[in-house]
Design a protein around this ligand. Sequence first.
Ligand SMILES: Nc1nc2c(c(=O)[nH]1)N[C@H]1C(S)=C(S)[C@@H](COP(=O)(O)OP(=O)(O)OC[C@H]3O[C@@H](n4cnc5c(=O)[nH]c(N)nc54)[C@H](O)[C@@H]3O)O[C@H]1N2
Ligand SMILES: Nc1nc2c(c(=O)[nH]1)N[C@H]1C(S)=C(S)[C@@H](COP(=O)(O)OP(=O)(O)OC[C@H]3O[C@@H](n4cnc5c(=O)[nH]c(N)nc54)[C@H](O)[C@@H]3O)O[C@H]1N2
Ligand code: SF4
Ligand SMILES: [Mo]
Length: 767
Amino acid sequence: MSRTALRICPLCEATCGLTLTVEGTAVTGARGDREDVFSKGFICPKGAAFGAVDGDPDRLRGPLVRRDGELREATWAEAFDAVAAGIRPLVERYGPHAVGVVLGNPNVHTMAGALYPPVLLAGLGTRSLFTASTVDQMPKHVSSGLLFGDANAIPVPDLDRTDHLLLIGANPLESNGSLCTAPDFPGRLKALRGRGGTLTVVDPRRTRTARLADRHVAVRPGTDALLLAAMTQVLFAEGLVDLGELTPHVQGVDELRDAIRDFTPEAVAAACDLDAALIRTLARELAAAPTAAVYARIGSCTVPHGTLASWLVDVLNILTGNLDRPGGALFPQAATDRAPRPAGPGRGFDLGRWHSRVARHPEVKGELPLSALAEEIDTATEEGTPIRALIAVAANPVLSAPDGDRLDKALGSLDFMVSVDPYLNETARHAHVVLPPPPPSQSPHHDFAFNTLAVRNQVRYSRPAVPLEPGRMAETEILARLTLAVTGMHGADPAAVDDLVIGQTLGKAVRDPRSPVHGQDPERLAARLTGATGPERRLDLMLRLGPYGDGFGARPDGLGLDRLLAHPHGIDLGPLRPRLPQPLRTRSGRVELLPGPIAADLPRLRAARDDRPTGLVLVGRRHLRSNNSWMHNVPALTGGTNRCTVHLHPDDAARLGVRDGQPVRVTGPGGAVTVPAEITDGVRRGVVSVPHGWGHDRPGTRLGHASADPGVNVNQLLDGRTLDPLSGNAVLNGVPVEVTALTDGSDPLAAGPRPDAPQPQPLAPLT
Ligand SMILES: Nc1nc2c(c(=O)[nH]1)N[C@H]1C(S)=C(S)[C@@H](COP(=O)(O)OP(=O)(O)OC[C@H]3O[C@@H](n4cnc5c(=O)[nH]c(N)nc54)[C@H](O)[C@@H]3O)O[C@H]1N2
Ligand SMILES: Nc1nc2c(c(=O)[nH]1)N[C@H]1C(S)=C(S)[C@@H](COP(=O)(O)OP(=O)(O)OC[C@H]3O[C@@H](n4cnc5c(=O)[nH]c(N)nc54)[C@H](O)[C@@H]3O)O[C@H]1N2
Ligand code: SF4
Ligand SMILES: [Mo]
């Protein structure tokens, strides 16, 4: 007997509603939920493969504990005993900073990842926190922190209403969008063009997104900040600055004009390898559009000037009056956000409150750069202790961070490691204890993070589509028990963690004169929370105290968990609305257009105007049927065009004597890999592209399908030493590499060129 169940898809940031077909405990089908208030039936191939991802036979079914050097199956009780016995003595002997915590990307795709790591970190008190943010979007947090005083106040392009979208270093036709949650991003881009709007794409590759655009600008990798600075300069020079209604909320316009005066289009054109006239046109088009939004992602963040590029994106939105207006870029308001406080001066945003031990990298948002994790483990210094134990939750940094070989070795040297991961993969294989969460069908879902980044305000919640199988433990309970085990409360009731958070939140609320529950009894309020589990009660609490909440009766038609459960396809909360100045938390209470740390980084950008790479540079790419490092084990999502190859422009291939399909050696600052060449004019000259997340050939993993076609780890080309200094973000794009053709006898194409191989072309020099 089959039945259907609704489940929000956790496989990317688009958060589509799915209708699952369930037979027994197995998900046998998935289609888009046409009644979902946000995704309206959209689904992509990954969502359609939900059942295969969910039912992968290589997913671990129960915990593993290392005994006599080998990971063996164990009971949950044994596993948590081992965690407590492994971590506590190290904390007591070396202090909390000797325990590192690594939080990987899927934490933003699970309820457990949103609700428990903050408690774990607070309880442990470690400063050795590393997350996927520093190989991703940390520059955006820093620019938001400096501009708006809140690192999580990230404006989102108003995709459905804008007249002009300038999309930089993002490829939503493969990624389905990032820091811009929009189910059916492709359809929304087509609709933009359909209503007469324009789409400009800035990307060194002619991506599927670029092919949809009115204009594709094949910028040289790593130079977005120069391009955007020059566009800003043009706005000032040509009198195109018009802040409109933002004027009273922004300070520093004149200072900014002076600071970027010398970033003229002519001064940056050669570095960007673009015509100065084109840069002027881009600025004029942006200013002339009735409404416009500048939006940038991975390609603009994971580069040496990532924070400056992220800052300039919002600077352009502000100077053209497009920040915080419909059709521009706005701040979403999620149902689980804290109720808005009145506008006014805030605490501001500080960087570098402490530093990493070895390279003295500044802390950012309480984190250290993931690139520095290996050295924080394997390098002794006069002061402080190296990391001796590690807690990795949903993270595979051996593949996703620079120089995986060094990190692999470092992880092998730890006194103790615990991994919360469904797979025994390249990172988890070093753990002493592996705690596997259940598959997504058996987990509840709410998008705490992505609803704060969504192009429409809405709220949805899915209860588990399938009951927990015997022997499984909910990931929320795993993280609650883990928290107790590492903070000296091993064995306590995991509900204590939820009760603690609920008590603290209500305690604060009843003392706050602006809160609808001011003066009430927190214990009575706690007793009124609904929800079948601790995490549900916490969701109920956040909803009820949130911006749309019922305030525990103060607004009877407001939100709470009960109401959400009564709307299984979600509740639409309307289009994005202007919110300034309320979200600002700067010390001035205004948007601080030229923050000190940014101004201090401009000389470095000025110097970059003279950079001209002499050889090839590396960029990444994503494939629609993949997701970072963890989906290559699903047969339905591999094969076809989803392959680990190096994309080479035909002219570069000809110059290097490389034929399509031939293995080539790619060498970077951190190492070399051998990978088949794929010759395509989808990359610009001088640029090669290798996808990340591959390299599944290490021993001791349990990834049957992935290890049969392992690919290579592109991050082995990086040495982890090149960072965006303001954010600590790794430089993953625009890295100089060498490519050499391999002429060994193993080359199946050595006999001669294929008849359809591209004809050699003389190499046009890079300016
Ligand atoms: N060269 C290059 N490198 C990159 C990038 C790039 O563009 N180029 N992109 C970077 C980016 S943007 C990111 S976000 C990082 C991602 O890097 P990571 O944060 O390391 O994420 P993944 O590689 O996706 O690995 C996720 C891990 O979580 C596990 N997992 C999956 N589902 C769950 C779950 O429900 N619960 C738990 N506990 N675990 C789960 C998986 O098995 C896997 O081990 O990679 C970065 N690395
Ligand atoms: N299918 C799939 N979807 C995913 C993921 C996945 O791995 N696979 N990962 C998820 C995650 S964790 C994230 S963070 C998002 C990322 O989402 P996106 O940011 O959309 O990621 P990419 O597809 O890597 O697009 C980045 C683009 O930047 C270009 N680029 C490289 N260097 C530069 C540069 O210097 N300047 C400019 N202008 N462009 C440059 C690359 O050619 C590439 O096309 O995707 C998410 N969704
Ligand atoms: S676009 Fe993302 S959220 Fe939607 S079905 Fe595909 S993987 Fe799932
Ligand atoms: Mo990411």
